[in-house]
Design a protein around this ligand. Sequence first.
Ligand SMILES: Cc1cc2nc3c(=O)[nH]c(=O)nc-3n(C[C@H](O)[C@H](O)[C@H](O)COP(=O)(O)OP(=O)(O)OC[C@H]3O[C@@H](n4cnc5c(N)ncnc54)[C@H](O)[C@@H]3O)c2cc1C
Length: 397
Amino acid sequence: MSGSTARAAHIVVVGAGIVGAACADALTENGFHVTVVDTAGVGHGATAAGMGHIVAMDDSEAQFALTKYSRDIWNALADDLPRAAERVACGTLWVAADDEEMQVVAQKCAFYRARGVRAEMLDSRQLAAVEPSLRPGLPGALLIPDDSVVYPPPLAAWLLKRACARGAALRIGIKVSRISDVGVELADGGKIACDMALVAVGAQAKALLPEIQLRPRKGHLVITDRHPNFVRHQLVELGYLKSAHGSTGDSVAFNVQPRATGQVLIGSSRQFDNNRAEVDHGMAQRMLARAVSYMPGLANLSAIRIWTGFRAATPDKLPLIGPHPTRPNVWLATGHEGLGITTSMGTARLVADMLCGRVTEIPAAPYSPCRAGQIDARSACATAPSALAAIGGAGHA
Ligand SMILES: Cc1cc2nc3c(=O)[nH]c(=O)nc-3n(C[C@H](O)[C@H](O)[C@H](O)COP(=O)(O)OP(=O)(O)OC[C@H]3O[C@@H](n4cnc5c(N)ncnc54)[C@H](O)[C@@H]3O)c2cc1C
């Protein structure tokens, strides 16, 4: 592409989940010409299956940076979000089960406060007062008041509506079968020429880019009928991080969410090497037993639906955001594991800033697909042509 052309670069975003939708929104806002393609529809995939907890997480500095950055963007948009997004500014309570976990509460509190996140320690009495349905005698919790919950599918639709209002084209019911350096090839034999393809297909990215080290990680969720005020915050056991960040084995954790409808959403489970969508009843029972052990009254509520979804897990638990190391004009926005609803917004800003040649607001290197261990060794980063150089500034209007 020539630097003198006035034509806006054409980017095909493959995937209309929350990540593809957020990227389409940010790219059109920056003057790019965007086409979004999805096999299933807007906000399907993990976006429809996820819990919608918008959360600043502290498992690593890089994870914290992206979740906090993204959470702040969501919070700034709070008044603009559609009612259908069912945002509830309920905050998170990280619940301690014993005195040892209370020490972790104190450490987490210090971590968050040192980085400008509001955090408050609750003792046993305060916890019982704000969440009376928890089992008696729990020693306390950490309150992160500025976390929230949303219903993700309408958010994806809203972001894409904004992108389409700026000229984005949306092509639903179309499967991308191959990506080349000049465009995407479709399962029906068609092609869409473009300057760059952005792969935002979540856990299915390996089907298009087999060299990526990405594994689907199955999760179950259960929703009850309406019981307003039964739960008032997103409640997560402190052991959740162990469940979320182990790399092997099946795990469950107490993770319960109040919905704007008065329903209670109950999670969560994690399984590798089970790529079938059907419910694993043994795993669901384990998950529910864990939840009831923290909140005995849950056993009296009626569950009305159970479903599964697949998180896109990378080896180091961080997403892949940026140019593919060896495929020219192919960028990635995938690998968000259990945080993609939250981190979609930060991902989109990083992608847009990098493509526009701007300094990113948080360092982008920790999420670069070039980092060690993310791409099969035969695709060495050293041989990578610079996709950014190929597109940045040239086609961008
Ligand atoms: C049980 C569970 C609970 C979760 N809870 C939370 C939470 O509380 N907070 C949070 O932040 N995150 C949570 N997540 C994670 C979050 O849901 C995901 O990280 C996020 O939805 C990923 O969005 P995505 O757009 O990358 O992928 P997806 O939503 O999976 O979208 C990918 C899209 O690509 C399309 N596609 C795939 N292949 C092709 C192809 N070849 N051609 C065209 N289109 C294609 C699919 O149809 C799909 O629409 C949870 C996930 C699960 C499973």
